[in-house]
Design a protein around this ligand. Structure first.
Ligand SMILES: [Zn+2]
Length: 265
């Protein structure tokens, strides 16, 4: 082989290497775009749940949320619902239909967080009282030890809230005598209370207001006023650590804080 022929062979070799690299790059590009296209089909609410509860929710496929325990939960039942049915028979999509609003007095029927897909909450926190109890740990709370679920880092978040609120001793009176876990239905309704899952804390009832205490016998769709005595600073601390506040609901429950990071995104 003469030198010129050798040079052509070498140029050809390098060109094939470069084009091979480009081919590899373009095939990996198409590999990257495929999952992105797939992710775009995941409803925003499902994606948020996967992000905030990564230990419990492992994916989404064909309209179903996939839970680590093997449960598959329908995201959207495609039913048109009034407020009562949305509370009594919430699918996952319904949980996101109201915006959790941190400013001003709650608007008529604005209750972000009162809709809970029971199938999802039971899959994560326990299907019955004994299952939920097994997941509880104790949290030190203003001179008392209270049970809270260890699932999804809820108890750890409550410990941080306690630590921060202790730096504000002027508010202690609002926070003592708290109650948390109680496997029960919501007062006057046939749906499971958030207290059943160990994700909710009621602070001192002495300084709290609850819509059904103020308006005895009122129905969900009645026009009611708003009352609250819980300082905003307390609420902000809870919200910064994944808890929503019942005082942001039209059906106000100002003692009630609930671990629902999906609504604070
Ligand atoms: Zn409560």
């Amino acid at each position: 082989m003469n030198k010129i022929l050798l040079l052509f062979c070498m140029i050809g070799y390098f060109q094939s290497c470069i084009s091979g690299e480009m081919k590899a790059k373009s095939s990996s590009d198409s590999l990257i775009t495929q999952p992105l296209e797939y992710m775009e089909r995941i409803p925003k609410g499902a994606q948020i749940l996967m992000d905030v509860y990564p230990d419990q929710i492992k994916g989404y496929s064909n309209g179903m949320l996939l839970i680590i325990n093997g449960d598959k939960i329908q995201y959207d039942d495609k039913k048109e619902k009034g407020i009562i049915e949305m509370l009594d028979n919430s699918d996952i999509e319904d949980m996101f239909c109201m915006q959790y609003n941190m400013n001003g007095t709650p608007e008529y029927l604005s209750d972000a967080g009162r809709s809970r897909c029971e199938q999802l909450f039971k899959a994560m926190y326990g299907r019955c009282e004994s299952e939920a109890r097994k997941r509880l740990v104790q949290v030190e709370w203003f001179g008392k030890s209270i049970p809270f679920t260890s699932v999804n880092g809820a108890a750890d978040s409550l410990r941080i809230v306690a630590h921060r609120l202790k730096q504000m001793p002027q508010y202690s009176k609002y926070l003592t005598n708290a109650s948390t876990f109680y496997w029960r239905k919501v007062r006057g309704a046939n749906r499971q209370s958030a207290h059943s899952y160990g994700i909710a804390i009621d602070v001192n009832t002495q300084y709290s207001n609850y819509w059904l205490w103020e308006y005895k016998g009122a129905k969900e769709t009645d026009r009611i006023g708003y009352t609250n005595r819980i300082p905003e600073e307390i609420v902000r601390v809870f919200e910064e650590h994944g808890f929503i506040w019942g005082g942001r609901w039209y059906h106000f429950d100002t003692m009630h804080f609930e671990f629902r990071p999906e609504l604070l995104r």
